[in-house]
Design a protein around this ligand. Structure first.
Ligand code: SF4
Ligand code: SF4
Length: 547
């Protein structure tokens, strides 16, 4: 038997557990809801054992049933499990060690909590409540350090708040390999800092803010924006590229306050890139489409949908363009609409434009900036759709071979040119546009249907690894806009295909039953960690944020 699968039996606080022989005591404790406080340990970084907060009492059971305790407490993050190991995390000796360690950590820590951005998620504050002395015995002057050090384009450092856990340093050494941070000086003058002239400027710099257990590192873009308890959260998927990092949307008043990574060991561990983290300004820029329009005139939804159906039907063979930001459900519905509106006999004509930029890197970022290209390609194949480019579709319109185009999420002018788009509409092409923002295509649209965009959309997407993941809406679309799935279910239903009450989960189950790559999957099986195509090996649900 390989060591990776070998098991040992140990006891933690009287609880007997059979665990993986390669685990550490802290890993076993965390997996079994035994609370051991810690600061420096992180599941995806090396284990320095330097904060000492996770010390426990360790012994081994003897043949006569007695326990032989080790003479000193051990750091549980660096203590391998062993057969017959006995661990005590609650005895007086351990509690006193935690209190002593907290007193030591707090000696030079400023009394900043009322003005610190970390409040609500500060581990030092939490452990001070559970293991703090309640009052200080330190009468001398604290060591003072710089409190507002600009160490990179996105990160500010408060040196006084740092507890020298080295998580940020290890992240830059071990994950990005950029090594911008280090501990300088000695004793109680030790401070974390960048090397002179080398700012913290790697594409993943925001992760050091997430993993800093105190308020020493803050994100410039979130600093002082909101107290944590005023924010709501939704678990979603970053739409920034084909990686599909698992994220948490923190939001308030129908706006994103911040995006942070959620743990998924198979996709992004507990990291995300700065590009994805700072997507909000891009998403919130520009003018939203506020109400449905027919030939430039604002109308109600009923009229807009009826008119869209009539124009699609009249065209005989409408074609489609779908943005690969669209969910599987939106793609599935767009194909249903085209099939139901067409006269039959000929395959559907659909463009799925490429959105590539830069190159894949060694960590997370993908050149393909589409969160769902792979998923939508599967649908197009299953429905035997004929693939076309946007330029080709507009040429067909100019040649009089195409009279209606359903456009979901794309601005055709940015993909080809405004002139080409104008030539197609001048030749009689009717554009039925499902769009979140005003652009050249909505201005040229015959019918414009205002739609939601991430983070207003529920649905599923497939990342470049073939993992189907669930994207959850944080808040509804603004003004009179509705989600793409809401709009397209109503078009499909008016065309005689399906109920307009179908929810995204119903639509996923419907497509999974009909598209071979998704067979065996149901929405309920996807869970928090997603499932891999084909066939759907579903992982244990991800654990949420790793501190
Ligand atoms: S800045 Fe934060 S993460 Fe870095 S060493 Fe200090 S406390 Fe740890
Ligand atoms: S790597 Fe891609 S999916 Fe992940 S956070 Fe960055 S842009 Fe988003």
């Amino acid at each position: 038997m390989s060591n990776a699968t070998a098991k040992v039996e140990l006891t933690i606080d009287g609880q007997s557990l059979k665990v993986d022989a390669t685990a550490t005591v802290l890993e076993v404790a965390l997996a079994h809801q035994v609370e051991i406080p810690y600061f420096c340990y992180h599941p995806y970084l090396s284990v320095p054992g330097n904060c000492r907060q996770c010390e426990v009492k360790v012994g081994s059971r003897q043949e006569d049933g007695s326990i032989r305790w080790m003479p000193k407490l051990q750091v549980s993050c660096n203590m391998p499990v062993a057969e017959g190991l006995v661990v005590d995390t609650r005895c007086d000796e351990v509690i006193q060690a935690q209190k002593n360690n907290m007193e030591f950590l707090l000696i030079n820590h400023p009394l900043d909590c009322p003005i610190c951005d970390q409040v609500g998620e500060c581990w030092l504050q939490e452990h001070a409540y559970t293991a703090g002395m309640g009052e200080t015995r330190f009468r001398e002057e604290k060591v003072h350090m710089d409190k507002r050090v600009d160490i990179g384009p996105h990160v500010l450092l408060d040196k006084e708040r740092c507890i020298q856990c080295t998580r940020c340093i290890r992240f830059c050494d071990e994950v990005t390999g950029t090594s911008e941070l280090a501990l300088m000086a000695r004793g109680n003058h030790t401070e974390v800092d960048i090397f002179p002239g080398r700012p913290l400027d790697n594409p993943y710099s925001g992760n050091v803010v997430d993993i800093c257990p105190v308020g020493a590192l803050t994100l410039k873009e979130f600093r002082f924006k909101s107290r944590l308890w005023f924010l709501k959260t939704a678990d979603s998927i970053c739409p920034g590229c084909a990686r599909g990092c698992n994220i948490k949307i923190w939001h308030r008043d129908h706006a994103i306050a911040r995006l942070t990574p959620r743990d998924n060991p198979e996709v992004n561990k507990s990291w995300m890139c700065d590009q994805g983290r700072l997507l909000a300004p891009t998403l919130e820029a520009g003018e939203r489409v506020r109400e449905p329009r027919v030939e430039g005139k604002a109308v109600d939804w009923q009229e807009a949908l009826d008119e869209a159906v009539s124009r699609l039907r009249r065209s005989g063979r409408p074609a489609g363009v779908i943005h690969p930001w669209s969910t599987l459900e939106e793609g599935w519905l767009a194909l249903k609409v085209l099939a139901a509106a067409g006269e039959g006999g000929r395959p559907m004509l659909m463009a799925l434009p490429a959105h590539e930029q830069g190159e894949d890197d060694d960590l997370l970022l993908r050149a393909d900036k589409s969160p769902n290209r792979r998923g939508l390609e599967n649908l197009l194949t299953a429905r035997d759709a004929e693939s076309a480019s946007v330029a080709d579709l507009l040429d067909r319109a100019v040649a009089g071979e195409l009279s209606a185009l359903l456009v979901v999420g794309e601005d055709l002018a940015t993909l080809v040119s405004e002139e080409k788009l104008a030539a197609a509409t001048a030749a009689g092409l009717e554009l039925i546009v499902v769009a979140s923002h005003e652009n050249a295509t909505t201005r040229a649209g015959t019918i414009v249907l205002p739609a939601g965009i991430f983070p207003e959309v529920d649905g599923t997407v497939v990342n470049f690894q073939g993992r189907v993941q669930v994207m959850r809406a944080a808040y509804p679309p603004p003004f009179l806009a509705r989600t793409g799935a809401w709009i397209l279910t109503r078009l499909a239903s008016r065309l005689g295909d399906g109920s307009e009450d179908a929810r995204p989960r119903d639509l996923f189950d419907e497509l999974a039953a009909q598209v071979p790559a998704f067979q065996g999957l149901t929405f309920a099986r996807l869970g928090a960690g997603g499932c891999v195509l084909p066939g759907g090996a579903c992982e244990t649900p991800a654990s949420g944020s790793v501190g």
